[in-house]
Design a protein around this ligand. Structure first.
Ligand code: HEM
Ligand code: HEM
Length: 192
């Protein structure tokens, strides 16, 4: 670890992370409930909730990336094999890419379909002309990327559990509590 790198993520970065996890769980549960809706009205309500929560993921991720640019990010354990460091960075970059790309796909597909979007009660005018064939293609992509994002999250969670239970390092605790055990065995807490 470089001397100026913090021991773990700041309170704000951890708040962004866990808020995204909660919100994304909601987005997926709603997405997979839409086709089991008992009425057209219920389906429309679920869709509105899905779009609003999905749009919030986009805004939250933009805020998180802006915050990240001015935050010090902790290094991974120095004894981690290089391929695992590379995999961790690639996974994080991929997750950020899809956290931005997936809501944008849903947004564009909906606009191209001609849907009137309302975000927290405010109508969001469409900047795109109606193009149903393109909308269908983007929705197919939205479904596909939805599963790709789930797969990347599964790898990500698997890696976090591997760090905690197999390597027994403090990577997971750093993201949960902001605490990290340094080489001399003492525990440090990062600034909020
Ligand atoms: C991170 C954010 C998002 C994720 C992870 C996500 C994920 C998904 C998934 C997995 C489905 C497919 C559900 C199924 O297979 O039955 C879906 C459907 C859908 N999503 Fe999203 N979505 C997100 C954001 C958005 C946004 C921002 C919008 C629009 C503003 C949107 C609009 C839609 C619509 C309209 C459908 C239904 C498409 C259809 O009926 O074929 N999504 N979403
Ligand atoms: C919705 C699911 C999740 C998403 C989208 C997600 C996304 C991310 C992203 C983008 C980062 C990189 C943070 C940065 O450096 O800016 C990260 C870090 C991390 N996440 Fe998640 N995460 C999710 C769920 C989880 C869960 C369930 C766990 C725990 C079991 C977890 C554990 C961690 C840990 C330990 C780190 C720090 C890794 C490091 O130090 O490099 N994540 N997460």
């Amino acid at each position: 670890m470089t001397s100026d790198a913090p021991q773990s993520y700041s309170g704000a970065m951890r708040a962004f992370h866990w808020a995204t996890v909660i919100l994304l769980t909601f987005v997926y549960v709603i997405a997979f409930s839409i086709e089991n809706a008992s009425s057209g009205e219920q389906a429309r309500l679920l869709l509105t909730l899905h779009r609003t929560a999905g749009g919030t993921v986009l805004v939250l991720t933009l805020g998180r990336l802006l915050w990240r640019m001015r935050s010090a990010i902790p290094s991974l354990p120095s004894d981690l094999p290089r391929w695992q460091v590379f995999a961790a960075h690639a996974n994080a970059a991929g997750l950020y890419g899809l956290l931005l790309g997936q809501p944008l796909l849903g947004l564009c597909a909906s606009w191209l379909h001609g849907d009137k979007l309302v975000f927290y009660g405010l109508p969001v005018p469409s900047p795109l002309p109606i193009d149903r064939p393109l909308s269908r293609q983007l929705f197919e992509l939205h479904h596909l990327v939805g599963y790709l994002l789930l797969a990347m999250i599964a790898v990500h969670v698997g890696a976090a559990l591997f760090h905690h239970f197999v390597r027994r390092d403090t990577v997971l605790l750093g993201m949960i509590r902001g605490e990290s055990t340094i080489d001399d065995g003492s525990t440090v807490k990062t600034r909020g």
